[in-house]
Design a protein around this ligand. Structure first.
Ligand SMILES: CSC[C@@H](O)[C@@H](O)C(=O)COP(=O)(O)O
Length: 346
């Protein structure tokens, strides 16, 4: 049995090694990314997914491009780097960690004046982004664990686990910290459509680590909360606006409404890198719409007619007033999110 989730993104000398999350849980296959186009495709196709893991992969993607660059002139190198950054930014729109990580990489070349130094600085920064995320996720788990008691049962949606981050995850981090400390937390996992990330990823990830997890389909949540004594819901986030409105995997908003109706707390666990103070409210968050075949098909087989009209938003926005608390590496905030989220950055 594993002690911590397997690492989904790693820099290996001159390429990126990536766990192909589309194949889980039936195949644990690592792929090699050797060009920036591979990185774009891996993010777009959900080979790598989860806000922090997307950011880390994009940072390494720019490091990969930089290592391979044949430019002789520093200015041309910098101009091209910006173009590659803009290209990677088109891979997915909602998770702000992608834009946050790319911005951090671009800022390092402002402090150097040679291509050699820029190449080193970019890779160093990508490594820092990955390492920081691991520490940050652990801190999130350590704060989150204080909210729960031995024997509690938590429902989580989609996958905000170790494979969605550098390690530990966000919403799943308290389960790992609890296990280390001999505290028993039980999980119920949802997101069984459109891309089954609760079933394929979270249930698998927690089971691998010996955590008591039960899978339910998305239409079973209200009944399960009522009949199975769910103490709280905890989810991750793709972008948290300045007022606390939170974009996360489609279905999250419905869970928050259920939590309110059934009077259980609803927590969001996310790093500061997911908080976007430049976006004032959830209305300004771009929600990705994905290919209709994600809905029309299941395991490659049509479950409706081939030309069925489909609406397939990948995320929804939970209004801040439905969120009991946002758990970050710097502590838990609740209530006046606008002031308190800003305060986390001081
Ligand atoms: C720590 S991962 C947080 C979020 O990114 C996660 O909850 C989620 O919604 C993932 O969406 P995905 O489409 O799989 O990238």
């Amino acid at each position: 049995m594993l002690n911590t989730p397997i690492r989904s993104v790693e820099w290996s000398n001159d390429h990126i090694t990536l766990l192909d999350q589309r194949l889980l849980p039936s195949q644990t296959e690592f792929i090699t990314l050797t060009a920036i186009e591979d990185v774009w495709e891996a993010i777009f196709e959900l080979k790598v997914r989860g806000a922090p893991a997307i950011g880390i992969t994009a940072a390494y993607g720019l490091a990969l491009w930089a290592q391979q660059s044949q430019h002789d002139h520093f200015n041309e190198f910098c101009e091209d780097l910006k173009k590659q950054a803009a290209y990677l930014e088109t891979s997915r729109p909602t998770a702000v960690n992608l834009f946050w990580a790319i911005k951090r990489i671009l800022s390092v070349v402002e402090r150097v004046s040679t291509i050699k130094k820029a190449k080193e600085a970019i890779l160093d920064k990508a490594n820092v982004i990955a390492k920081e995320d691991e520490d940050v996720c652990r801190s999130i788990g350590e704060h989150a664990i204080n909210l729960f008691q031995d024997g509690d049962t938590l429902l989580t949606h989609c996958n905000a686990g170790g494979i969605a981050t550098a390690r530990y995850g966000t919403a799943l981090a308290p389960f790992y910290i609890a296990k280390e400390r001999g505290i028993h937390l039980k999980a119920f996992a949802s997101e069984t459509r459109p891309v089954l990330q609760g079933a394929r990823l979270t249930a698998w990830e927690l089971q691998q680590l010996g955590i008591d997890v039960t899978l339910i389909t998305d239409n079973m949540v209200a009944h399960t909360i009522k009949t199975k004594g769910i103490n709280a819901i905890i989810v991750g986030a793709d972008r948290i606006a300045a007022n606390g409105d939170t974009a996360n995997k489609i279905g999250t908003y419905g869970l928050a409404l259920l939590a309110k109706a059934l009077q259980i707390p609803f927590y969001v666990a996310a790093p500061l890198s997911t908080i976007d103070l430049a976006t004032s409210s959830g209305e300004d968050i771009e929600i990705e719409e994905r290919h209709a075949d994600e809905i029309r098909k299941l395991n490659g087989q049509l479950v409706t007619t081939a030309d069925m009209k489909v609406f397939n938003p990948a995320f929804d926005v939970t209004p801040a007033e439905l969120i009991t608390g946002i758990i970050t590496e710097r502590g838990i905030v609740s209530g006046d999110y606008k002031t308190k989220l800003e305060g986390l950055f001081i």
